[in-house]
Design a protein around this ligand. Sequence first.
Ligand SMILES: Nc1ncnc2c1ncn2[C@@H]1O[C@H](COP(=O)(O)OP(=O)(O)O)[C@@H](O)[C@H]1O
Ligand SMILES: [Mg+2]
Length: 364
Amino acid sequence: MSHSLMTPSAVAGTGTPALEIRGLGKSFPVGGLFSRDSVRALHGVDLAIGSGEIVALVGESGSGKSTLARCIARLEKPSSGEILIDGVDVLKRDRFQASRAFRSQVQMVFQDPFGSLNPAHRIEHFLRRSLAIHGKGGGSEEATRRRLEELMTTVGLEADMLNSYPHELSGGQRQRVAIARALAVEPQVILADEPTSMLDVSVRIGVLNLMRKLRDEQGISMLYITHDLASARYLADRTAVMFAGEPVEEGESLDLLANPAHPYTQLLVSAVPDPARAGSYDPVRRAELRQAVMASTRCAFDGDPNQPCSAEEPVRHHVGDPASRHWVRCHLYRPWAAAGAHALASEPTNPSHPASNAQEEAPA
Ligand SMILES: Nc1ncnc2c1ncn2[C@@H]1O[C@H](COP(=O)(O)OP(=O)(O)O)[C@@H](O)[C@H]1O
Ligand SMILES: [Mg+2]
């Protein structure tokens, strides 16, 4: 990203980001043992999360969100790039030290609260184990007991639920246990990969509120992965949009979702039910988008060989005020036409083109 127009990792305020990712790439081999083919799931991802900040990572299925989280949590080995926690590159550290120290700094909460808890054990077992592995038990049985009860209270569960088995809990309660298990380690960063997508709609908001409370009260930084833009707007200070393995737009959530500059973001926004934008949902265009997502190896959004999209790497442009933290990486963005960029607000049936400059027609 040497030719970026702005610092990729600009985080408002001062101080070292809690988590910073630089140029992270990840390829998976495909096609069997002797094949040299590979899928590039991540292309040079840059992302920074400030201390006590919640950043949402949005994008459709297959855009690389989970792979990014799994690389950060060191469940996958990145092919290239750096992961800095409090300014220290954890990939370069001594392996043993890095894995132990690192795992206590970064914890992951997964999508499936059913799969992540072994049904044979009581809730107490999972939390005790987390405390023990990371040496957070407090020294005496009494201190451990207090800590277990405190963890349950923190995530909004009754302490006597420690004696329950996973199957006795609802999905929402189980996800709270998963969060308590992450908290037991006293992490600086929680990576939550679609933590509410398997929960009943009625309990989702409670889990989001719990995450916000943990940030407010304990200053924990979070990467919140979701394909639900409304929840990103609700929970996250900033939102980054992933398209085919790279962030293409990022900004403060309210600003980004009100003024999406990248055509992909505009399409995602157009799918959010919004009574004020009736008719904005375009299933045909969205089907095309999905095909583009499956087919492209880089952001080649329009798939038009005459567009520069597929040929050159786009640079970052500020969107709006130069002081804003909103940027987009798109050849089609026209800063001077940014007044017309509010395409969704002014042209509800045309979410399909960036910057919506008057001269250019949206692709059919
Ligand atoms: N273990 C793997 N082996 C091969 N390909 C993978 C593996 N994990 C992910 N991928 C591929 O990487 C891309 C990104 O996947 P993923 O990170 O799961 O996306 P998301 O979480 O946004 O849905 C997809 O094309 C997926 O098929
Ligand atoms: Mg995923």
